[in-house]
Design a protein around this ligand. Structure first.
Ligand code: ADP
Ligand code: MG
Ligand code: ZN
Length: 456
């Protein structure tokens, strides 16, 4: 029996707003002394009322727009009820049936290393919704006694959840998607999506299905396997790959015995690169979702959404295409330069500064890609100067240079005489005259050396 993996992803991204989702506490909690970024709202004290963070909601919608989603003109928050010590209210404010963004898509270019082929694939985005983070449990020993401590600094930090349809069939595709999603939220400037800091958390849902003859993605709902396994809270691309590949093997063994894997939530164990059962999966009804009564629903007007759209920066795919066209860069160079928005911006500043020195975009691209300048220290204009100074005569050709020097010396007999009589300055005048004969900047030292040889 040939089986195909079917994978859907849930990704949480922490927004880097100044304040938390529903209170004025600073959301910049990482590494801060426990329970110093708290107030009655994010501690869930009775009577405290949430006030939604406008910036966070705008950013959530921007993520939706960047993922080609529709933005429904009506939306609301809901309460997701469950008990856990890191959730002091006993519920999380989230969105259930009317999220801020739905029905998007993201186009991927996937490289299959084994088959040495590259293909395109579109992943459907089911929804992008806004919610809040929980506190953090810390299990440790105090005076020899094992205790659990709670830090509420993270409680109420804005989280955006991005849910795909089950459109992936390999860890490779998943990782390509995750890289692209991370790149997009960084471009938007809404999250650093740093996984070691828990700013981006990954949950793959995995199942396997027999590959019938006319099988193809996207898979219709009725053809989906009747079970799925969710692996919770993974914090690196490498681990997500390991978790998926482990699940594929584990579930294959069960299916080949003629049994069906249990629908459950599992955790990834880093030391053994495996997953272990945590709990059999809860149903939506277990959460007793209902509309958040303390926050009125949202009714957008179209101009608010188009206004947000107009504030968005140029996104990676578009920039990549433009760089290729506008600066005649190879696709792979354009890809490297647009990986990070800071690098792309730096490149374009340098291109602009380089115009008056006849330094080409290609020269700047080569310099950035191969010499990897420290962009925090070297200004784009200084980089242009380095290129001007290092441009070799070899690019012109020794013969051509010799001919030009002869011509310039002939045309400027007085300067040549002056130099021979000991006027050092005269040589620099001749160097300048030689330079003017070339469309591109060439190394002054090299010209000077050739001139000296000629005039000796
Ligand atoms: P739940 O209600 O249990 O959260 P959803 O249907 O909302 O489940 O889907 C959650 C995630 O699981 C989505 O990313 C979805 O694409 C994915 N998913 C749904 N069915 C499957 C399946 N059979 N195999 C793998 N992933 C699935
Ligand atoms: Mg879920
Ligand atoms: Zn607070």
């Amino acid at each position: 029996m040939k089986l195909t993996p079917i994978i859907g992803l849930e990704v949480h991204v922490e927004l880097k707003t100044k304040s938390k989702m529903f209170c004025g506490c600073s959301a910049d909690y990482f590494g801060k002394h426990p329970n110093t970024h708290t107030c009655p709202v994010c501690l869930g004290l009775p009577g405290a009322l949430p006030v939604p963070n406008k910036r966070a909601i705008e950013w959530c919608i921007m993520i939706g727009l960047a993922l080609n989603c529709d933005i429904p003109l009506f939306s609301k928050f809901d309460r997701k009820n469950y008990f856990y010590p890191d959730l002091p209210k006993g519920y999380q404010i989230s969105q259930y049936d009317q999220p801020f963004a739905i029905n998007g898509s993201l186009k991927l270019k996937v490289k299959n290393e084994k088959l040495k082929k590259e293909y395109e694939k579109t992943i459907r985005i089911r929804r992008v919704h806004q919610e809040e983070d929980t506190g953090k449990l810390i299990h440790q020993a105090v005076n020899g006694e094992k205790v659990s401590l709670i830090d509420f600094n993270r409680s109420g930090v804005p989280l955006v959840e991005i849910v795909t349809e089950p459109d992936f069939e390999s860890a490779e595709e998943v990782i390509e998607y995750l890289k692209k999603l991370q790149q997009i939220v960084r471009y938007l400037g809404v999250s650093d999506a740093n996984m070691e800091r828990g700013e981006m958390r990954l949950e793959p849902n995995i199942s396997l299905t027999p590959r019938i003859s006319n099988f193809q993605f996207p898979i219709s709902n009725e053809n989906l396997p009747k079970y799925k396994v969710e692996v919770k809270n993974i914090n690196s691309f490498k681990f997500v790959e390991k978790a998926i590949n482990y699940e594929i093997i584990r579930q294959t063994e069960i299916l080949e015995k003629g049994e069906t894997p249990l629908q459950e939530t599992r955790g990834f164990v880093e030391v053994s690169n495996s997953t272990v059962s945590q709990r059999t999966k809860e149903e939506a009804s277990d959460y007793r979702y209902f509309p958040e009564p303390d926050i009125p629903p949202f009714r957008w007007i179209k101009s608010q959404i188009s206004n947000l759209k107009s504030q968005m920066p140029e996104l990676p795919d578009k920039k990549l295409k433009r760089f290729g066209k506008e600066y005649s860069l190879s696709p792979s160079d354009a890809e490297i330069l647009t990986r990070q928005r800071e690098v792309a911006d730096y490149f374009e500043k340098a291109v602009n500064d380089g115009k008056k020195f006849k330094v080409s975009p290609k020269q700047i691209s080569n310099y950035i890609i191969h010499k990897k300048p420290n962009m925090k220290e070297v200004l784009p204009a200084s980089l242009v100067q380095s290129i001007v100074q290092s441009t070799r005569v070899a690019d012109v050709g020794e013969d051509k240079l010799r001919k030009v020097i002869e011509k310039v010396v002939k045309a400027n007999p007085k300067a040549a005489q002056d130099f021979k009589k000991g006027k050092e300055n005269a040589i620099m005048y001749l160097v300048g005259q030689v330079m003017r004969e070339f469309p591109q900047r060439i190394d002054a030292e090299k010209i000077k050396a050739s001139l000296l040889a000629k005039l000796k």
